[in-house]
Design a protein around this ligand. Structure first.
Ligand code: HEM
Length: 406
């Protein structure tokens, strides 16, 4: 009896283990299969939609970033030559379709605008709420409403009024250039000048950077604002030299935010520094905005005042133009206006310096306008400098508008 019970139990255990083995096996198999399909879907999903667009083979995870590290910005011209005016470029997992032809750009950006409405948000921007609240990254109806509202700031009549202010910063900058035989870092010089111009146009505030040689302002707050602005801007890197969470955002976007949340709490990590800088910048810009809001006689000369006036007279919606978005687009102007302008000016000087004939013709045209202190009107700028106009158009076709990687 005892043996038969034992044998029954043994048989049952055998049966159970026999029937359980394949079920464990099959469930593990399906779990691994699902994982593989999930990982492949995650990494190759974005590629699938644009797989027919020509482009070089992409390396798993990093895409074409190693090519960018190898060739720098020249890569885009090399790829256009090899793959034609429309090609694929993989920023890590994210494929971008690059349009490298002026007429096709017009087609995509203007004629087909409604079908391609929003910009995708790159990983450096995802790490910074301050940057996300500017026109570059806001989306859909918020973008169109806010953009339509600020368009008035770009009316030729308003821009024409800014010319004397620009001229005064240009004069201050040129008066500060050392006349002895020292090298001049033109990029730095033009960045200071452009930041002053945009600071005045965007905030109505004189940062006093163009005048730094004769007049060392003792305002530590301004110095720290500018330093943080430059740090924050140079940290917007797309070339695998940014913070760990930004690099993760390029390779494995799903992990960017969780890692950023952890790393921003670890003192002295790059994510911690970026978070701290952006928080400081945000609070300083918020201070500018609040100060302007309280000013009774703020006038309407700068961008910030124009938005605040429109908000108060209810010409624009207060729900849309909340203080954080006002700070966002005001700061964006400083950022979008200064680096682009200084980089364009530096590139022009660099390229012209290699062509003595062009340089001489430009100088002739500028000298013929009149004595040094004659301030041109907006109309003069349009009509009296045809050669300068032509040269700058040709040059801007030859160079990148902003340094890539920042
Ligand atoms: C030489 C100087 C400049 C160059 C080369 C330049 C270039 C560009 C480019 C290529 C875009 C993207 C256009 C697009 O994707 O459709 C852009 C957008 C923008 N730029 Fe500039 N820019 C310059 C100066 C400025 C200045 C001086 C400001 C402001 C003070 C400014 C503010 C903006 C803003 C706000 C946007 C976003 C517009 C939107 O999304 O609606 N830029 N710029």
């Amino acid at each position: 009896m005892e043996t038969s019970i034992t044998s029954i139990i043994t048989e049952l255990v055998g049966l159970v283990s026999f029937t359980r083995t394949p079920s464990i096996f099959s469930s593990s198999f399906f779990t691994i299969l699902a994982l593989i399909v999930g990982v492949l879907g995650y990494f190759y999903g974005p590629y699938w939609g644009v797989r027919r667009v020509p482009g070089p083979p992409a390396i798993p995870f990093v895409g074409h970033l190693p090519l960018l590290a190898k060739h720098g910005p020249d890569l885009f011209a090399i790829l256009a030559k090899k793959y034609g005016p429309i090609y694929r470029f993989h920023m890590g997992r994210q494929p971008l379709v690059i349009v490298a032809d002026a007429e096709l750009c017009r087609e995509v950006g203007i004629k087909k605008f409604k079908e391609i409405p929003n910009r995708s948000i790159p990983s450096p921007i995802l790490a910074s709420p301050l940057h996300q609240k500017g026109l570059f990254w806001i989306r859909d109806s918020r973008w169109s409403t806010m953009r339509n509202t600020i368009l008035s700031v770009y009316q030729p009549s308003h821009l024409a009024k800014l010319v004397p202010m620009m001229q005064s910063f240009i004069e201050t900058t040129s008066n500060n250039i050392s006349l002895d035989d020292q090298d001049v870092n033109f990029n730095e010089l033009s960045l200071m000048m452009a930041t002053d111009v945009i600071g005045k146009a965007a905030f109505g505030f004189d940062f006093g950077l163009s005048n730094s040689k004769n007049h060392q302002h003792n305002d530590k707050k301004i110095d720290s604002f500018i330093k943080q602005h430059i740090y924050s801007t140079t940290m917007l890197k797309m070339d695998l030299s940014g913070s760990f969470s930004i690099i993760l955002g390029l390779l494995l976007p799903i992990l960017q935010e969780p890692f950023r949340q952890i790393l921003k709490r670890i003192p002295f990590s790059m994510d911690w520094k970026i978070e701290r800088t952006n928080k400081n910048l945000s609070s300083q810009i918020d201070e500018f905005v609040v100060k302007k809001m309280k000013e009774k006689e703020r006038g309407s000369k700068d961008f910030l005042s124009l938005i605040l006036n429109a908000r108060e007279s209810e010409t624009v919606s207060k729900e849309l133009f909340t203080p954080d978005y006002i700070s966002g687009i005001t700061y964006e102007h400083l950022l979008a206006g200064s680096t682009t302008t200084s980089f364009t000016l530096s590139s022009v000087v660099y390229l012209v310096s290699g062509h003595a004939d062009v340089e001489n013709k430009l100088l002739e045209e500028i000298d013929a306008f009149g004595p040094r202190d004659k301030v041109p009107t907006a109309d003069d700028l349009q009509t009296k400098f045809p050669y300068l106009d032509q040269a700058s158009k040709i040059l801007s076709n030859k160079t990148f508008v902003v340094p890539l990687g920042s």
